[in-house]
Design a protein around this ligand. Structure first.
Ligand code: DP6
Length: 351
């Protein structure tokens, strides 16, 4: 008999960035972070987990290609999930012994892998939930987030919809380093994300390597961790609670710039943004100041943010679809450097 379960996990895009580990082995971060989970109609990973007594070995196929899963991070996730299943099996001997069978994992991303489009976040979130479903584990999204975090830090935020924070935690074993929902998607359903693919190429420096170089060499980063992010996390949670787009936008842009400044302050410096990225920054600034002039009052209507790559994510509210997404598409469509674009909305809570 073949046992099988499938799931989707969407991409999340941080507005307060995770950058830096205090414990690389357990994947514990130096600071808390906050993100918006996109709708799973947009960028997502679909994963099917199956097992049978004749499955020869653990394997993962991503977009048709065999992946190496011998790494400590994937192994940590598999180990924890199997252990949970074992507990179930020992308390109910009638259950099939899935924990002893090898796993076959088949994943598909509908977007470029490792191009700074948070592919590892959706990837590990889908992997962990697919196996948890296959094993019928009675775990909450927060408990799953603790497991997924070991695969890739940002993955812990993709197990919940809407507005999600990852609390850095203080425990040495990582037990309190988990994701929680700041607000469900329906709290602020008007939020939209435009993803501008400046380059779909694989990034130069992986986030895992880049952030450790920053931790080791940037003095700007110390201030980010000690002062900047703790204040900003509070302000961002408040902005989300109050649906204050102006505050949300200013904080997002400032945090993205602070994170990229820390990358530049790294030895050797890391450049994730390129000329095309900077063009998107200027366009956002121009849209915001045009809006202020027109309306006669202060208030941003769009916010850019960049992860560990040149692609821009622009957040705006549905009412400003034309003023923001319309303008971006009109100006940038077909221009050199832009390989594509996707719109997105906020993901509703898991059913
Ligand atoms: C810039 O989660 O990919 O996207 O934990 O080493 O797998 P690992 O790193 P990863 O880093 C994401 C960094 C970021 C910011 C963010 O998503 O918060």
């Amino acid at each position: 008999e073949v046992y099988r379960a499938s799931t989707y996990a969407p991409v999340n895009i941080a507005v307060i960035k995770y950058w830096g580990k205090r414990d690389p082995k357990l994947n514990l971060p130096t600071n808390s972070s906050l993100s918006v989970t996109l709708s799973q109609d947009d960028l997502r990973t679909h994963t099917t987990a199956s097992c049978s007594s004749s499955t020869p070995h653990d394997s993962l196929i991503l977009n048709g290609h065999d992946q190496d899963i011998s790494g400590a991070r994937t192994q940590a996730c598999l180990h924890d999930l199997r252990q949970h299943r074992q507990q179930l099996e020992s308390s109910d001997p009638s259950l099939p012994k899935l924990s002893t069978m090898k796993l076959k994992l088949v994943s598909e991303n509908n977007f470029p892998t490792a191009a700074g489009l948070a592919s590892s976040a959706a990837g590990f979130a889908a992997l962990v939930r697919a196996i948890a479903d296959l094993y019928a584990l009675p775990l909450t999204p927060t408990q799953l987030s603790r497991i997924a975090r070991q695969g890739s830090g940002s993955a812990c935020r993709s197990l919940m919809g809407g507005y999600v924070a990852w609390e850095k935690g203080t425990a040495a074993d990582g037990s309190d380093s988990v994701a929680y929902e700041v607000a469900p998607a329906h709290h602020w359903l008007e939020m939209r994300a435009l993803i501008l693919v400046a380059s779909a190429a694989k990034k130069d420096v992986s986030s895992t390597a880049g952030m450790q170089q920053t931790v080791a060499s940037s003095s700007l980063f110390e201030k980010r961790v000690d002062e900047v992010v703790p204040k900003r996390m509070k302000a961002m949670e408040k902005a989300v609670q109050e649906r204050d787009f102006e505050a949300f936008a200013r904080l997002s842009m400032k945090d993205s710039n602070n994170f990229h400044a820390c990358c530049l302050d790294t030895d050797p410096p890391i450049f994730y943004m390129n000329d095309t990225s900077r063009c998107a920054v200027r366009l956002c600034e121009a849209i915001n100041s045009h809006h202020e002039t027109q309306s006669g009052k202060a208030g941003a209507i769009c916010a850019y943010t960049f992860d560990a790559g040149p692609n821009a994510v622009v957040y705006y509210l549905a009412d400003n679809e034309q003023a923001v997404a319309g303008l971006f598409k009109g100006i940038l469509q077909g221009k050199e450097g832009w390989e594509g674009k996707r719109g997105g909305s906020v993901k509703e809570k898991e059913d």
